[in-house]
Design a protein around this ligand. Structure first.
Ligand code: ADP
Length: 435
C-alpha cells in the first residue's frame, strides 16, 4: 500500500462526466455502529475525493478531517484490481468513472454447519457472513505476478452479466466453478476467501450480504466413508436453502477438492472403493443443479491436480495455476513486512525503502538512497522458490532467530533477514533430500 500523501488541489473537478478513461473502484467501509444512509455517506465521500483529483492506486484514507466521515466511516480505499507489481501509479480521478461500494463488516467469526450422522453431530462446514472483518485486507496482501486477481474478478463479472442478460445456457454454457491449483502454501485458499469477500463488497449494491460456506471435505470422509455420498448430498441441501434467499450471494469453497473427487478412473481400476465413485457422482450432480442459480459461485482448490476427476475439471470454467511468487512479488511481500515492523516500532528508526519502480528509475545504481532497497532486492532474488506462506513468516523468524536488540535498525534487520533465508533453504534441503 502506498503511503504517500495524495496531492490536494484547490479546483474541484467534475467527477462524473460523460466520457471516461477508466473505472476506478472506491471501497467505503462504513462503521458497524453507523446507521447513516448510504446517500449521505456517498455525498461526503465524493466531497473527499473531489479534493484529491490525483491519487495513487491503492490509496486508503483511515483518518478524516470531516466530522461526518470520522463518525460513520472506517476507511475509504481507491483500489486497483490489476495490482501492478512495480508500484502504485497515479490515478486521474478527473477522467475516471468512479464506482462507490459502501459496505459494513460482519464482526462475528465463522459458525459451524453441522450434519447429523448416526445421532452424532458432524462439523461439515464453516459459515461466514460477508464481508467479514476477518478477511479485510486479505485480497490486498496477496501478491501475484500476472493479472490473476483481476482475471478472477472479470470472470465473475461476466458470469453475472450473462445471467442478467438471460444468455441461454444451452447455447453458451458456464458452470460458476473456479479451480485454483498449484503447490501448497501459494495462497489458493486465501485467494478464494479474499475473492468471496471482494465480491460481497463489489456486489453490495445488488445483494444484501454474502455468505461463504467452506466445506470440510475431510470430515465428510473420515469416519463415515461409506456414507460420504449421502453426507455430500445433505450438505448441498443446506447450501440450496441458502441459495433460495435471492438477496444473498453464496460462495461455496471446497478446499483440496481432490479428496472429494478422487479420480473415478483409479476407482474403476479397483484401487479405490466404490464409495469414492458415489461421492464424485453426487458432487457432480449437485454442482449441475446449483449452477442454474445466478447467486452462487463455487470456488475450489487443489494441490494434486493429477488426482482430480476429469469430469470435475471439465466443469471448472477457470482453471488457474497458482505458483510460488517471482522475485518482484517477493520484494513486495518483504517490503510490506518491513513497513509493518517499522510501523510497530520493532524496526526503528523508520527509513524510506524504495520500490522496484523507483529503483528502476535510478537504473538500480547503488547510492546512499538506494543501498538498503538494493539489499532487499538481493534478498528477494535469492528467496525465489520459497512459498508465499514461508515468505510471510520469514520476517518473524528473522527476529526470533537473530535479532538481539529492540528496537533494531533496518540495516541490522536486513542482515538477519538474509541469514534466515539461507537457513530456510538449508532446512528445506534436509526435509526434501532422501534420508
Ligand atoms: P494454499 O491454499 O495454496 O496452501 P494458503 O491460502 O493456505 O495457501 O496460504 C497461506 C498463507 O500464505 C496466506 O494466508 C498468505 O499469508 C501467505 N501467502 C501465500 N501466497 C502468497 C502470496 N502470493 N502473496 C502473499 N502472501 C501469500
Amino acid at each position: 500500500m502506498d503511503t504517500t500523501a495524495p496531492e490536494s488541489k484547490e479546483h474541484l473537478p467534475m467527477l462524473f462526466g460523460s466520457e471516461f478513461a477508466a473505472t476506478i473502484q472506491v471501497e467505503v467501509c462504513q462503521k458497524r455502529t453507523s446507521a447513516a444512509r448510504a446517500e449521505d455517506v456517498k455525498m461526503h465521500v465524493m466531497n473527499l475525493l473531489q479534493r484529491h483529483p490525483v491519487i495513487y492506486r491503492d490509496y486508503t484514507w483511515s483518518k478524516f478531517d470531516n466530522e461526518f466521515l470520522q463518525k460513520h466511516v472506517n476507511s475509504v480505499a481507491v483500489v486497483d484490481t490489476e495490482m501492478h507489481l512495480v508500484d502504485s501509479k497515479a490515478v486521474d480521478l478527473l477522467n475516471s468513472q468512479l464506482q462507490l461500494h459502501i459496505f459494513q463488516l460482519w464482526e462475528d467469526g465463522p459458525a459451524t454447519e453441522e450434519l447429523e450422522q448416526d445421532n452424532e453431530a458432524l462439523s461439515a462446514a464453516s459459515h461466514w457472513l460477508l464481508p467479514a472483518a476477518e478477511f479485510q485486507g486479505l485480497w490486498e496482501n496477496l501478491v501475484y505476478d500476472n493479472e490473476i486477481k483481476s482475471n478472477l474478478l472479470q470472470y465473475i463479472t461476466t458470469t453475472i452479466l450473462f445471467s442478467d442478460m438471460n444468455v441461454d445456457s444451452n447455447v453458451i454454457s458456464w458452470n460458476r466453478v473456479v479451480l485454483l491449483h498449484g503447490p501448497p502454501g501459494t495462497g489458493k485458499t486465501s485467494l478464494c476467501k479474499a475473492l468471496a469477500q471482494k465480491l460481497s463488497i463489489r456486489l453490495s449494491g445488488r445483494y444484501k450480504f454474502g455468505q461463504l460456506i467452506e466445506i470440510n471435505s475431510h470430515s465428510l470422509f473420515s469416519k463415515w466413508f461409506s456414507e460420504s455420498g449421502k453426507l455430500v448430498m445433505k450438505m448441498f441441501q443446506k447450501i440450496q436453502d441458502l441459495i433460495d434467499d435471492k438477496e444473498s450471494l453464496i460462495c461455496v469453497l471446497i478446499d483440496e477438492v481432490e479428496s472429494l473427487t478422487a479420480s473415478r478412473s483409479s476407482s474403476l481400476a479397483g484401487t479405490e472403493p466404490s464409495d469414492a465413485i458415489r461421492v464424485v457422482n453426487t458432487l457432480l450432480t449437485q454442482i449441475d443443479q446449483i449452477k442454474r442459480y445466478p447467486n452462487v459461485i463455487i470456488l475450489t482448490t487443489s494441490n494434486l491436480t493429477g488426482k482430480i476427476d476429469m469430469a470435475f475439471v471439465d466443469r471448472a470454467d477457470i482453471k488457474q495455476y497458482i505458483g510460488p511468487p517471482s522475485a518482484a512479488a517477493i520484494f513486495k511481500i518483504y517490503l510490506s513486512g518491513l513497513e509493518e515492523l517499522m510501523k510497530c516500532h520493532i524496526i526503528h528508526p523508520r527509513q524510506q525503502l524504495l520500490n522496484l519502480r523507483q529503483l528502476g528509475r535510478m537504473n538500480f545504481v547503488k547510492s546512499k538512497v538506494s543501498d538498503l532497497s538494493l539489499q532487499l532486492r538481493d534478498i528477494a532474488s535469492k528467496s525465489q522458490g520459497l512459498s508465499g506462506r514461508t515468505l510471510r513468516k520469514i520476517p518473524f523468524l528473522a527476529h526470533a532467530l537473530y535479532v538481539q536488540e529492540s528496537p533494531v535498525s533496518l540495516e541490522c534487520f536486513l542482515e538477519c533477514l538474509s541469514k534466515t533465508v539461507d537457513r530456510q533453504f538449508c532446512e528445506n534441503d534436509i526435509f526434501i533430500s532422501p534420508h
